[in-house]
Each structure stands twice: as structure tokens, then as C-alpha cells.
Design a protein around this ligand. Sequence first.
Ligand SMILES: C[S@@+](CC[C@H](N)C(=O)[O-])C[C@H]1O[C@@H](n2cnc3c(N)ncnc32)[C@H](O)[C@@H]1O
Length: 156
Amino acid sequence: MVIHYPEALYRLAIETGQAPNKVCSWTYNSNNKRQHRDVAYFGVTPDFRQVTQPYKNPTDKRVKALIAAGKTGAALYDWWNINQVKNTSAEKTAHPCQMPVEVMKNIVGILPEGYTILDLFMGSGTTGVACKELGRDFIGCELDTEYYEIAKERLL
Ligand SMILES: C[S@@+](CC[C@H](N)C(=O)[O-])C[C@H]1O[C@@H](n2cnc3c(N)ncnc32)[C@H](O)[C@@H]1O
């Protein structure tokens, strides 16, 4: 799975000759014209029912019946409006381009069970944090020792 700007993902698909099985969008408010990134799943098909989100219309008769039957929410959509990590965010570390845990939990959460998640550029370890919270196996690599220590701190 790759997260990037859409143009880069199109290039990747052309260069590798492989189309993604599924693409999701992560949208966010920012001060520049870039307001979304895409998440492309190559060679694996995500299952959106594995991650639930609150029902939009909990007072609807049919939704009320679902809640009464024990359903906790609707299956995740293929676009996620989640704020970027800001300096004031509770999860902020010293890493300058930290991903939100919620985005990584969506990305990992809809993958089939049983995979080991490998993040070769883990930075502050957000992918690992998501895996830990979801009970998924995780391997991470990081070149910068300061960021590696931050990741270790978040994961141990
Ligand atoms: C975009 S950041 C990842 C941020 C991460 N997703 C997070 O939430 O903190 C990319 C990271 O890759 C690391 N990196 C770059 N080249 C690397 C390499 N060859 N091997 C391992 N890590 C590398 C950088 O030091 C940087 O921390």
C-alpha cells in the first residue's frame, strides 16, 4: 500500500504496469492548495467493513434498528476527512511530517488479518502505533536515530 499525491500514484501505476485494487482519499484542511492525499492498495484488496465509523443519521428508523441489533457503526467510507498533525496536536512529536494515528489505523485496519505490516520509513513510528492499537504485527526501519528513539518510545 502506498500513500502519496495522486499524480505520483498515477506515475507509479504506469511505471510498474500495475493498477491499484483500491484507492482511498485522505482529505484535510491546510493553508496550501494540496488538501488531499491518496492511499493506493496494490495487490491486496481492503475490506472496509473491518473499520466502523459512527452512523451519520442515528435517529433514522433503520439505523436505530441496526444500533438496537448491536451494530456499532457504518463501514468505513473510501475518503477520510482527518486533520493533519499540528504543533498543537496531543499526538505531536519532534518529527516534522508525522502522520495522524487515525489515518494509519484506517489504512491498516481495512487490510486482511494475518499480514505483517512493514514501514521502511517509519519516522516517529505512527504506523507502528496504529498496529499496536489494532493488534497487528509490525516491523519498522528508520535512518535517523533521533526519530528512531521517538518511535521506540511510542512503541514500547
Ligand atoms: C515522511 S517521514 C515518515 C513519517 C512517519 N510516517 C511518521 O508518522 O512519523 C520519512 C522518514 O523516512 C526516513 N528515511 C529516509 N530514508 C531512509 C532510509 N533509506 N532508510 C530508513 N529510513 C529512511 C526519514 O528519516 C524520515 O523520518
